[in-house]
Design a protein around this ligand. Structure first.
Ligand code: LLP
Length: 421
């Protein structure tokens, strides 16, 4: 459920008409709902109630400072994957003891920044990374808390580009090597083993792969404990999917996920951490765009809109489906017709939808791409010298631009022409 609903014939974001924001901000732009973000965060918290737990929002999904502060203020932890994300989380008010640091390629510098600034744990992905962290910690005279990310070799049955828990993926250490790697970690004086980490993929629409992976995690916890390691935390990663296509079967709910976690892992008495990104931010954001032209092609009509693949890359990159709705609610009985919805960027991949049935539209009509809050703005680029589009946050009847559109001068002035040119 989200807070983008039709009211009196117009699409609202909470209590604000989307068209009113478009008139003030100009299109295209991203629009987020505070109530939806918070609702999804609280759903996870409730789903894990009764267990010692921390919800660490995977801020790679949507990392605007205002979004981070919204979640930080209600006690969310964060999962960060770079120095930039770490610094943003801290600046948004997340204390170090609520931040976990993931990623296969953390540099010594990134480790230094996090160790000095405060960190709950590093999720280590390889033995060379472990050695580097040990050296950095010793150099700073501190002990770094770690989990090791274990690759359980299960098929998450999601898009290949966002599946991470198969042995051919670059993530984690093979589960078969876990005992050896943990023994290695225990010998390094700059590290303290605190738990185990897993993340098997994103946009999972079935609990079975999670359950398979967590069953292996439970067994591994017992094995490593028997080998003398103090396994007290389990980081389960993120990955629970969202309903992009409302007509399709809905993915499992956080509460169902939570019940499974309790059933499979509850007896271990570990603190549970989860790293949801998409489920918190995905349906909390839309991209609002305007029709520039209607163009009749051979056997198809193109709806050329002012948003493009550089603004929302998911359809081009993963063949992702985003529901498209008009901002003015079509009157009952409005005829529908199939459109190819495309952006102005100069490649055919700049296509949001092919032969999508939509109510008849015309130039200047506003449309919204739903479920665009996660992996939308954060994956945008300035391809074709198109400015990064603004982000707007709604809360009740108020809204604010939380990242403004840069000017063309600002964009040009980031480049330097050498004096010898
Ligand atoms: N934890 C780790 C270690 C991750 O790598 C990810 C996502 C998450 C948590 C959050 O997963 P979520 O709950 O959002 O599924 N750009 C792609 C998705 C990439 C996901 C990368 N890792 C997309 O637009 O579908």
């Amino acid at each position: 459920m989200d807070h983008f609903l039709y009211r009196n014939g117009a699409l609202y974001a909470e209590d604000v008409p989307v068209a009113e924001i478009a008139a003030q901000v100009g299109t295209p732009f991203y629009l987020y709902s505070t109530a939806t973000l918070l609702r999804h965060y609280h759903l996870f918290n409730e789903a894990l109630s009764g267990m010692d737990h921390l919800v660490c929002y995977a801020m790679k999904a949507a990392g605007n400072m205002a979004i981070l502060k919204t979640l930080a203020d209600v006690g969310a932890g964060m999962d960060v994957v770079s120095q930039g994300e770490y610094l943003r989380a801290r600046a948004a008010g997340v204390p170090g003891e609520r931040i976990v640091f993931s990623g296969v390629g953390k540099t010594a510098e990134e480790m230094r920044v996090a160790l000095q600034g405060g960190i709950l744990q590093f999720n280590i992905e390889s033995e060379p990374e472990m050695e580097t962290l040990n050296a950095v910690a010793l150099e700073l005279g501190v002990v770094a808390p770690i989990t090791v990310r274990v690759n359980p070799d299960v098929d998450a049955k999601t898009h290949a580009k966002i599946s991470t828990g198969k042995s051919e993926n670059k993530f984690g250490i093979p589960i078969s090597r876990a005992s050896a790697v943990y023994a290695h970690a225990a010998r390094l004086p700059g590290l303290e083993v605190v738990g185990i980490d897993m993340h098997i993929g994103s946009q999972l629409t079935d609990l079975a792969p999670f359950e398979q992976a967590y069953t292996k995690l439970a067994a591994l916890t017992e094995t490593l404990r028997a080998e003398g390691h103090d396994i007290r935390r389990l980081d389960l990663g993120g990955g629970l999917g969202i309903p992009y296509e409302r007509s399709n079967e809905a993915p499992p709910l956080p509460v169902e996920y939570g019940e499974m976690v309790k059933r499979v892992l509850g007896h271990l008495g570990c603190e549970i951490q989860i790293e949801p990104g998409r489920l918190i931010a995905g349906n909390a954001g839309i991209m609002v765009s305007k029709v520039i032209y209607l163009k009749s092609g051979e056997g198809r009509d193109f709806l050329i809109v002012d948003g493009a693949m550089n603004d929302l890359i998911r359809p081009a990159m993963y063949d992702a489906y985003h529901e498209i709705v008009p901002v003015i609610e079509p009157a009952p009985g409005t005829p529908q017709q199939p459109y190819d919805v495309v952006g102005p960027v100069c490649e055919s991949g700049d296509t949001f939808a092919r032969q999508r049935n939509l109510p008849v539209l015309k130039a200047d009509d506003l449309i919204a791409f739903r479920s665009a809050g996660a992996y939308g703005a954060v994956m945008a680029s300035e391809y074709n010298a198109r400015p990064l589009i603004p982000e707007v946050l709604v809360k009740g009847d108020q809204f604010a631009v939380i990242r403004r559109r840069p000017t063309f001068d600002e964009m040009m002035n980031r480049d330097t022409i050498p004096e010898w040119l």
